[in-house]
Design a protein around this ligand. Sequence first.
Ligand SMILES: C[S@@+](CC[C@H](N)C(=O)[O-])C[C@H]1O[C@@H](n2cnc3c(N)ncnc32)[C@H](O)[C@@H]1O
Length: 282
Amino acid sequence: MNYRHAYHAGNIGDVLKHLVLARCISYMQRKDAAFRIIDTHAGIGGYDLQAEETQKTGEWQQGIAKVLAADVPAKAAPVLADWLDVVKGLNPGTELTQYPGSPALARALMRPQDRLTLTELHPADFETLAARFEGDWQVKTIHLDGWLALGSFVPPKEKRGLVLIDPAFEVTNEFELMADGMIKAWKRWRSGMYLAWYPLKDRKSVERFHRTLEEAELRDVLVLELNAGYNSPDRPMKGSGMTIINPPFTLAEEMRNTLPWLAEVLAQGPGASARIFQLLDE
Ligand SMILES: C[S@@+](CC[C@H](N)C(=O)[O-])C[C@H]1O[C@@H](n2cnc3c(N)ncnc32)[C@H](O)[C@@H]1O
């Protein structure tokens, strides 16, 4: 396991992932009933943008830093607010030094009745994650393979909630594991919301992944893509996608109001674009 998210925190992939995660959590809060968030590939929880790793790549400067520096149009402002308010809350001064990973973001958006389950397999990253949430009775951290968690932690006892699936894409069969894991989990818990993130480097793998979901006859699947430029398998990642089962009914419209603008803000050259489409109907 070589991947460490510290090198990538706040990058263009995190922009899409965390924006969507925050909107989905916010939607769950429309009802008082408790929900559970399961984050199968959690990372260390939150990131110091002045640390050696983040400084080395500086990927956050192409991501969150550009978003914070931009003039947000009125239609996108309420969509970005849940996520950006958490980021701004961590950075009360003028300088951007802290960035919340999915666990810190989810935790900041939870109510007292909600719960968070975090699994992480990298031993050192798990230790950092566990230390961060030690003593927090709303959060459970588990040193476990996220694919096992996906298969066995659903449905949660709250019967409401969402699963974030955010693997490192270090191994070649990650798309197959993701499709297989999502289909099996959906069969066990059909009303759960599932949010899967992936890089858009190899279009063929993404198409195969989507075809597998179609063949399994899942229902109500939305796809969101955000590109800062043209993607290719042998160049650094320029874009990413999210495939969401049972998205909030408001999400597609919200993303139509936000992602095309974000693509302009994050553009690193020609090919910057956004795509929003329903892969499978309800
Ligand atoms: C993209 S990062 C997660 C970032 C995090 N979700 C966030 O948004 O802040 C992927 C994480 O998955 C971990 N990982 C890799 N293989 C795993 C597995 N089989 N089960 C659980 N975690 C795994 C890596 O160590 C890494 O921390």
